[in-house]
Structure formats: C-alpha cells, structure tokens
Design a protein around this ligand. Structure first.
Ligand code: GDP
Ligand code: K
Ligand code: MG
Length: 299
C-alpha cells in the first residue's frame, strides 16, 4: 500500500575499504547480503538492497571503494563507484572516527565536489572511541566538505543506525514503490552463495592470495522437494602456489572454508546444503576482460 507521502529513491554507500559499508548495509536491512571481512576490496559488484517501511523505500547501492586502479578489475571497480555518485538521490559517506583526514578522504571529497547529490557523512565505529571525542571528528570533517548531515554510528552494534534511515528519507523524492515489501535484494541466490564462499576464503587465507581469488558456482540444484541444496563451486586463484595454500595440508584449509561457507549458505537458504569445493588456477584473470565478464564483473 502506498500513500501520498510515500518516498522512494536510491542511496549509495561510499568510503574507504574496511570502513564498514557492508556492515552498515546489512545492519540497516537486517539481513546479511553483502559480505564483510577485514580485507580491503571485499566488495566488487554493486549490490542492491531494498529497505521498505510505511514512509517509503530506499534502494541501497553498495559500491566498491574509490581508490586508484592497479589492473582491469581495479579500473572496473573505480568506474562503478564514480558513476554511481551522480545517479543516486543521496550519498552516504562512511568514515573512521578520527581527526586525521588522509589523502584517501581528500580524494573522495574532491570527487564529491563534482556532483550536486546531497552527502550524509556517517562517522562509523563510534563503539571504539570515547564519546567526548566525537564532536572533534565532526568539526574536522566539516572543514573538508559541506555535508547535508553528519551522523555518528556503530554499524556493528546498531547504534544510531535508525537516524541514518530517517536522514536518507529527508532527501528522497516522493515516488512510487519500486519493489514489493518482501524484497531485500536483487542479487540472485547463486551470487550470494559465491560471495559467501569468497568471504570465508578471504577470512581464512593469508594476505596475498585474497585479491586474486574469484568463486564460480558450477551447480546449484535443489532436491527432495527443496529440503537439500547441492552446490558445486570452484575457487579460482592466480598461482599454483596459491592453489596449494587454499587446499592446505591434506585438504584441511579447503575443508575449513567449505564448512564455514556451508553453514552460512544454509542460514540464507533455510535448508540443508551439500557443498563441494574445488580449486583451479587461472593466471592473470584480473587482467582479462573475458575472464572478468565470465565472473560477473561486467561493465
Ligand atoms: P567495507 O569494506 O567498508 O564494506 O567494510 P566491512 O563492512 O567489510 O567491515 C570491515 C571491518 O570493520 C569488519 O571486520 C567489520 O566487522 C568492522 N566494522 C564495521 N563496522 C564496525 C563498527 O561499527 N564497529 C567496529 N568496532 N567494527 C566495525
Ligand atoms: K572489507
Ligand atoms: Mg564491503
């Protein structure tokens, strides 16, 4: 049901890697859609999620971080992020709770000056700082940009996150309902499953490998009338030495990744999951247009 005051529009989350964009989105939506980890560049695609309430509907677009590109995958991620800024109704810029504003933040502020889209500054992770310091962070950030709003939150603990929703609505136009109320994401289950496997691999593996991995789902099929899901997936890496590490001693690492991923996919699908994982080497996939397309990183 919509009313005359119903608002709808698009919001995007930007900010440096690891600042908590995916955590905030999951918190706002109340469901795990975007994967999170303590490694940068965890998020590669635009992930659309939908927040619905009586007041209206917010469609969130989760962007990869804005940073300098090092290869074709990097270029793709920067393009997606920058194009999004002018297309949305509101920009949420997440930052760390600090008075130190680095080159990365200044770069983002410069990018934002090219658009007229209102920007809400979200100072995240306030659970990690002293309350009385927060005003100082606000003052520092005010110096680099003319923000529409500034909201301190903890995405992880869900502190002040309702204020984020209220503030977004202020800047949305009156409009129609885009999706039905039950929709939380336009991501196919297959893709979320692949992302969950990639998340577990990122969390289990050491520094160098993660940027060079992708996950492809070869098979995802229900049986016994939707009681069981059989999934076959491949972790693609760039080097033979990486393959060895991902598999681990006697297959231990791969089993660890698989069992962690299986549990979360079971939560998502609400059914039993049999997950078979393989590891394959595809050299330089991040620099190949063909392989990028193949993994769904489409321009
Ligand atoms: P993204 O790269 O910006 O999407 O960041 P993620 O959402 O993946 O989060 C990066 C890391 O920061 C994860 O380990 C999160 O658990 C952590 N994190 C996110 N939000 C908060 C917060 O409000 N407080 C604390 N203490 N940690 C957070
Ligand atoms: K991250
Ligand atoms: Mg993310």
């Amino acid at each position: 049901m919509t009313n005359n005051n119903y608002k709808s529009g698009f919001a995007t989350l930007i900010g440096r890697p690891n600042v908590g964009k995916s955590t905030l989105m999951n918190q706002l939506i109340g469901q795990k859609i975007a994967i999170t980890s303590n490694k940068p560049q965890t998020t590669r695609n635009r992930i659309q999620t939908v927040y619905s309430c009586d007041a209206g509907q917010i469609v969130f677009v989760d962007t990869p971080g804005i940073h300098k590109a090092k290869n074709k995958l990097g270029e793709y991620m920067v393009n997606v992020a920058e194009r999004t800024l002018s297309e949305v109704d509101v920009i949420l810029w997440l930052v760390e709770p600090t008075t130190f504003i680095g080159a990365g933040e200044r770069h983002i502020a410069e990018q934002l000056k090219k658009t007229t889209t209102p920007v809400i500054l979200v100072i995240n992770k306030i659970d990690t700082v002293k309350r009385e310091d927060i005003l100082r962070f606000i003052d520092e950030y005010r110096k680099i940009y003319d923000f529409a709003e500034i909201i301190p939150v903890s995405a992880l603990k869900g502190m002040n996150t309702d204020d984020v929703i209220d503030s977004i609505f202020k800047y949305l136009p009156y409009g129609p309902q885009f999706y039905d109320e039950d929709t939380v994401t336009d991501q196919p289950q297959r893709q979320i499953a692949a992302e969950l496997i990639r998340e577990k691999a990122l969390r289990c593996l050491d520094e160098e490998i993660p940027h060079g991995i992708a996950v492809s789902i070869e098979k995802m099929k229900e049986r016994q009338g939707g009681k069981i899901m059989d999934i076959e997936a491949t972790i693609i890496c760039e080097r033979d030495s990486h393959k060895g590490i991902i598999i681990g001693k006697g297959g231990a690492m791969l089993r660890k990744i698989g069992s962690a991923a299986r549990k979360e996919i079971e939560d998502m699908l609400e059914m039993k999951v049999y997950l078979q994982l393989w590891v394959k080497v595809k050299k330089d996939w991040r620099d190949s247009d063909f392989l990028l397309k193949n993994f769904g990183y489409d321009k």
